[in-house]
Design a protein around this ligand. Structure first.
Ligand code: GDP
Length: 440
């Protein structure tokens, strides 16, 4: 459940806002500072999304330091688990020194922060709310929790910042079954058909053409201990009828259809030939389509100098396919079946990575370290500032970075972040999308 935390100094109206958003009178509201003693949590729905709303009111008295110190102490735990923070200020009393200190702290905490100016009811309210601009947390949203004004706009803003949910797959049946869609691609004669037969033979599956796929695609479906697998293959299965001089060009084009239907691609290489131009093209295509990939280095039985064959492939991967860095290479002999049992576990691992979500908290802790380790570059004489990072979706993993002029982040720094992310969250062989969002 996405967590939304309401933060701010005492008596700015956090509990009233909490009640408004929850739609029930759960917390005790009173005009005396520090009235609500416990942290309140409630599950509620905003814009069709279920969220857990956390109110930090009442925790301010916990630590006997400065007001800012108390606010920070009370908010730290809530913020830690939050996907989105709502920072509430009081539009009527204006921005105070502790608001400023708290805003600075929040910026460093690297979370989406929605700035809310509460008690902005009536005609003067919006003007008072403007003062909150100075906090540097973007446009303040003027609301009145008590008079129920501006709440719909706030709800929209919250929903906008929630981590996205994955689009449901084509049919519910497939969703229920946790179907793994797999494509076997590679150059002609790499051993795709042989591999398929070996896989299917071993698993004693149901095979045969299935209607409803792309015109020339054929699918095979079977089940292993971890769930059903469907293999979508075009080139490999049709090739018997098509052996001619044009096949080379044709197989890349027909790979595209299989790619679009697949989640994970097994790229079959002929180990005698290594990783060549056409293989790299297929791999880049898979990467561009956001598909995860595993390499099956086939005909391993026919290789004499295995160490050399392996390092040749590794070198080419390093230089030509940096985006898929660290992808799994499984040596197999499709003809004899040797090593084929290691292939599907590698595919499952890669599939799991491709599907994985990383929480906003862990993501931003890592992000903060990365920014500390390497100072952000100057662009046009000004130092870039990045605020926080979210992972709005998986399949493939997609990261969004927010910050002042974030869209100007140089390629080199983007690569540094992507490689760091892959390493930290164990996502080798998975293409990662990076979106940059400039904020004020
Ligand atoms: P496709 O065009 O990628 O489907 O390739 P095929 O499966 O038709 O295989 C092409 C050729 O490679 C055939 O002559 C296979 O017998 C041979 N082959 C396939 N796998 C292996 C293997 O593991 N070892 C060896 N030595 N030959 C293989």
């Amino acid at each position: 459940l996405p967590v939304v935390a309401i933060l701010g100094r005492p008596n700015v109206g956090k509990s009233s806002l909490f009640n408004r958003l929850v739609g029930r009178r759960l917390a005790i509201v009173d005009d005396t500072p520090g009235v609500t003693r416990d942290r309140k949590e409630a599950e509620t729905q905003l814009g069709g999304r279920d969220i857990l709303l956390v109110d930090t009111a009442g925790l301010e008295e916990a630590a006997p330091e400065s007001l800012f110190g108390r606010m920070r102490a009370s908010s730290e735990a809530a913020l830690e688990q939050a996907d989105v923070a709502i920072f509430v200020v009081d539009a009527r009393s204006g921005i105070t020194a502790s608001d400023r200190a708290f805003a600075n702290w929040l910026r460093r905490a690297r979370r989406p922060v929605i700035l809310v100016a509460n008690k902005a009811e009536g005609r003067g309210g919006a003007a008072n709310a403007m003062e909150a601009y100075e906090l540097g947390l973007g446009d303040p949203i003027a609301v009145s929790a008590e008079h129920n004004e501006g709440i719909a706009g706030l709800m929209d803003a919250i929903v906008e910042h929630l981590p996205e949910v994955d689009a449901p797959s084509e049919t519910e049946e497939e969703e229920d079954e946790k179907l793994l869609r797999l494509a076997i691609l590679g150059r002609p004669n790499a051993g795709k058909s042989t591999l398929l037969n070996t896989l299917l033979g071993e698993e004693r599956m149901i095979t045969g053409p299935e209607p409803g796929l792309t015109r020339d695609a054929v699918a095979a479906k079977w089940q292993d201990e971890q769930g059903p697998i469907r293999i979508v293959d075009t080139a490999g299965m049709r090739k018997r009828a098509r052996i001619n001089a044009k096949l080379e060009g044709l197989s890349v084009a027909s790979s595209i259809n299989a790619l679009r239907e697949a989640e994970v691609v097994i790229l079959v290489l002929d180990a005698l030939l290594g990783l060549e131009e056409q293989d790299i093209r297929i791999a880049r295509l898979a990467e561009r389509e956001g598909r995860a990939m595993v390499i099956a280095l086939n005909k391993w039985d026919a290789i004499e100098d295995r160490a050399a064959a392996r390092s040749r492939v590794a070198d080419t991967l390093e230089t030509s396919l940096n985006q898929l860095r660290g992808l799994e290479v499984v040596t197999i002999s499709a003809a004899t079946g040797a090593g084929v049992d290691k292939l599907l576990p590698a595919v499952r691992r890669t599939h799991e990575r491709w599907n994985r979500r990383v929480g906003t908290g862990a993501l931003n802790r890592w992000f903060g370290n990365m920014l500390e380790r390497h100072q952000l570059p100057l662009v046009e004489g000004r130092r870039l500032k990045l605020r926080y990072i979210t992972m709005p979706k998986a399949r493939p993993p997609t990261l969004t970075i927010f910050g002042t002029r974030a869209e100007q982040l140089p390629q080199e720094y983007q690569r540094y972040l992507l490689n760091g992310f892959r390493e930290e969250f164990d996502m080798p062989g998975v293409p990662i999308r990076l979106q940059l969002r400039g904020t004020e």
